[in-house]
Design a protein around this ligand. Structure first.
Ligand code: PMV
Length: 357
C-alpha cells in the first residue's frame, strides 16, 4: 500500500476567469491572473491510499463518503492514470484502486475558492503518489475546477486561454481526439511572479457570509456568456490588454496600478453578472460597504494602498502591502464594529504564498 498526503492553497484572481469555450475540457474564454495564498490558514488537505487489495475507488469529502463517479473527479483520476501510463511512472500502482479523503479547513462553495484548493490538492497528491511531475499537471486540475489549475503554483499565476492556432472545429474521430488532447494540454497555468519576488504582498479576507452561494459558477458562467453584451466587450477588448498591464505592474512592483486594475476587474466581472439576463447578484450591501470603505481609506491615506476583489460571492478579498496592514485593520474595526455583518474572526492576514506540498 502507498499513502500520500498533500496540502494545497486557495488562489484569488485579480483578473477574473468567467466563461468557458468548452464546458467539458473547461477551456476558458479569457486569460486570468491570480495570487496564491499561504497554506498557513486556509487550505485543502487530501490523503490518498493506493492498494492492490482495494476493489474500487472511493472518495470522502469533509468526512462524508461521496460518489467517485462525479464526472469531474472521474476525469481527473482517469487523466492522471493515463499520463502515468504514458510516462511509465508509478509502476503497478496505475492499476491499483485508490481511497481518497479530502477536506477544506474553511467554508465550501461560499465564493472562497474552495473548489480551486480542493481539486488542485486532489490532483497534486495523486500525481505525487504516481511519481508524476506536479508542475506538468495543471491542465488536469483545470478539468476538475477551472481555477484549480492556478492553485498548483505559488506567487502570481497566469492561466492561459487556448492559443488561436489550436482553436478548431470539433468533429468525430481520431483527428478530433488528437486536437482535443492538444487543446487540453495547451490551456495550463504558469507562475509569472515568484512568491519571493514581492514578498511583502498580503491578502486579508473579510467573510461577509460563509453560506454556499445561490448561483454556482458553472451556471452563472453559462448564462453570462449567452446573454451579456458587456461580457463580449470584456472578453475580446478589455481583458487581453488588462492582463498585459497587470503583468507589467507585478514585474515593476507598482502597487497603485496593480490595485487599480484588480478593483476595476472585480467591478467589471460583477457588472457582467448584473448584465446577465436574468441577472446574477453575488455582492450584497455589506460587500458594497467594503468597496466604499476601501476607496475612502485610499483617499485618506493619500494613495492607493488597498485593493478589493470579490469572487462569485459576497466575501471581500483585500490585497495590500505588509506596511499597510496595521492601519487597515485598526480602521476596519472602527468602520465595521463588532455588531456589523462582517464576521471578525474570519478577518485573516495571509501571506501569499506556497505551492502545494
Ligand atoms: O473555477 P470555478 O468554476 O470555481 O470559477 C471561479 C470563478 C471566479 O472565482 C469568480 C474567478 C476566478 O478567476 O477565480
Amino acid at each position: 500500500m502507498k499513502i500520500c498526503t498533500g496540502i494545497a492553497p486557495v488562489n484569488i484572481a485579480v483578473i477574473k476567469y468567467w466563461g468557458k469555450k468548452d464546458e467539458k475540457l473547461i477551456l476558458p474564454m479569457n486569460d486570468s491572473i491570480s495570487g496564491t495564498l499561504s497554506t498557513d490558514e486556509m487550505h485543502a488537505k487530501t490523503s490518498v491510499a493506493l492498494s492492490p487489495d482495494f476493489t474500487e475507488d472511493k472518495l470522502w469529502l469533509n468526512g462524508k463518503e461521496v460518489s467517485i463517479h462525479q464526472p469531474r473527479v472521474a476525469v481527473c483520476l482517469s487523466e492522471l492514470r493515463k499520463l502515468a501510463q504514458q510516462k511509465k511512472s508509478g509502476g503497478d500502482m496505475v492499476h491499483w484502486k485508490m481511497h481518497i479523503c479530502s477536506e477544506n479547513n474553511f467554508p465550501t462553495a461560499a465564493g472562497l475558492a474552495s473548489s480551486a484548493a480542493g481539486y488542485s490538492c486532489l490532483v497534486f497528491t495523486i500525481a505525487h503518489a504516481l511519481g508524476l511531475d506536479s508542475s506538468q499537471v495543471s491542465h488536469i486540475a483545470r478539468q476538475g475546477s477551472g481555477s484549480a489549475c492556478r492553485s498548483m503554483f505559488g506567487g502570481f499565476v497566469r492561466w492561459r486561454a487556448l492559443p488561436s492556432e489550436l482553436e478548431g472545429k470539433q468533429s468525430d474521430g481520431e483527428e478530433s481526439e488528437d486536437l482535443r488532447r492538444k487543446q487540453s494540454e495547451a490551456s495550463n497555468a504558469e507562475q509569472i511572479i515568484s512568491e519571493a519576488y514581492w514578498g511583502s504582498m498580503r491578502v486579508i479576507i473579510l467573510v461577509v457570509n460563509d453560506q454556499a452561494k445561490s448561483t454556482s459558477s458553472t451556471d452563472g458562467m453559462q448564462r453570462t456568456t449567452l446573454t451579456s453584451t458587456l461580457y463580449t466587450h470584456r472578453v475580446h477588448t478589455v481583458v487581453p490588454e488588462r492582463c498585459e498591464r497587470m503583468e507589467t505592474a507585478l514585474n515593476e512592483k507598482d502597487f497603485a496600478t496593480f490595485a487599480q486594475l484588480t478593483m476595476q476587474d472585480s467591478n467589471q466581472f460583477h457588472a457582467c453578472c448584473l448584465d446577465t439576463y436574468p441577472p446574477i447578484v453575488y455582492m450584497n450591501d455589506t460587500s458594497h460597504a467594503v468597496v466604499r470603505f476601501v476607496h475612502e481609506f485610499n483617499t485618506v491615506a493619500g494613495g492607493t494602498k488597498v485593493a478589493y476583489t470579490f469572487d462569485a460571492g459576497p466575501n471581500a478579498c483585500l490585497y495590500l502591502l505588509e506596511d499597510s496592514v496595521p492601519l487597515l485593520l485598526s480602521t476596519l474595526v472602527q468602520y465595521f464594529p463588532a455588531s456589523s455583518e462582517i464576521s471578525v474572526p474570519y478577518v485573516r492576514g495571509l501571506k501569499y504564498s506556497t505551492t502545494p506540498s
